[in-house]
Design a protein around this ligand. Structure first.
Ligand SMILES: [Zn+2]
Length: 245
């Protein structure tokens, strides 16, 4: 090889190494950036989403945010005599929200899922908890949800010895505890009942049906024996009122 070729090879090699070095630098930068935004999000979520303990203790489970549900459980377990570490404040949990330590020093990793009814906890959540409990030095694990687990998730939980509480059990335990007193929204309930009656009246008017004394629309029925038609209450058999057509 001549000197020119040697120079060319050196330039190419140098260029290669420089690009490698810069690539590394960029990677380090992005990972640093990611970490920063993550921790920012964590603080932000924890501070904005979690209302005071008093509000949380007077709220129904459906009205709590994820962070507030975690907080409620932390208060509950503390009163049951556990040492509670809130490890995943406000969503940045990595599979574990609380670590609870009983009097013998046994640690349980707790994952809390505040889901609305019908949104059941699936298999990935169970697996996440199984994987993450070791990071927190826990042997036992407990999944607590306001809804329920899917059938598949239950099987998975039993296989990996993950204890779980579904919504009904959670409510039962919290009620037995005595400090959780959810305020029932009576006003909105009566309002919605009134709305329902108005709605059914409007619907009846739109289709020109007859309204029963109980407020429900009446439907056309036929007397089996005589074959004669009559108006019968749509709430039959709860309401047995009829009207001739
Ligand atoms: Zn009626």
């Amino acid at each position: 090889m001549g000197t020119i070729e040697w120079i060319l090879v050196t330039i190419v090699a140098l260029g290669f190494f420089i690009s490698l070095f810069q690539g590394k630098k960029r990677k380090i930068k992005t990972s640093k950036y990611k970490r920063k935004t993550n921790s920012k999000n964590m603080i932000h979520r924890a501070s904005s989403k979690c209302r005071s303990d008093e509000v949380i203790l007077n709220s129904r489970l459906n009205d709590l945010s994820g962070a507030e549900f975690e907080r409620l459980l932390a208060l509950y377990f503390r009163d049951q005599g556990y040492i509670v570490k809130e490890v995943g404040v406000g969503g940045n949990d990595g599979g574990v929200d609380l670590v609870i330590i009983d009097k013998r020093g046994e640690k349980t990793a707790v994952q809390a899922k505040c889901y609305s009814d019908g949104n059941n906890v699936g298999v990935p959540i169970v697996r996440e908890l199984v994987g993450a409990k070791r990071n927190h030095d826990c042997i036992l694990s407990l999944l607590v949800t306001t809804s329920d687990l899917t059938l598949q998730a239950k099987k998975e939980a039993e296989q990996f010895k993950v204890d779980y509480w579904h919504g009904a059990i959670v409510e039962q335990k919290l009620k037995a505890w005595g400090k959780w007193k959810p305020v029932k929204k009576r006003n909105s309930q009566t309002k919605s009942a009134v709305n329902e009656i108005l709605q059914s009246r409007l619907e009846a008017a739109a289709t020109r049906t007859v309204i029963c004394q109980c407020g429900s629309p009446m439907v056309k029925r036929k007397n089996n024996k005589t074959g004669e038609g009559f108006w019968g209450c749509s709430k039959y058999p709860n309401c047995k009122k009829t009207k001739p057509i």
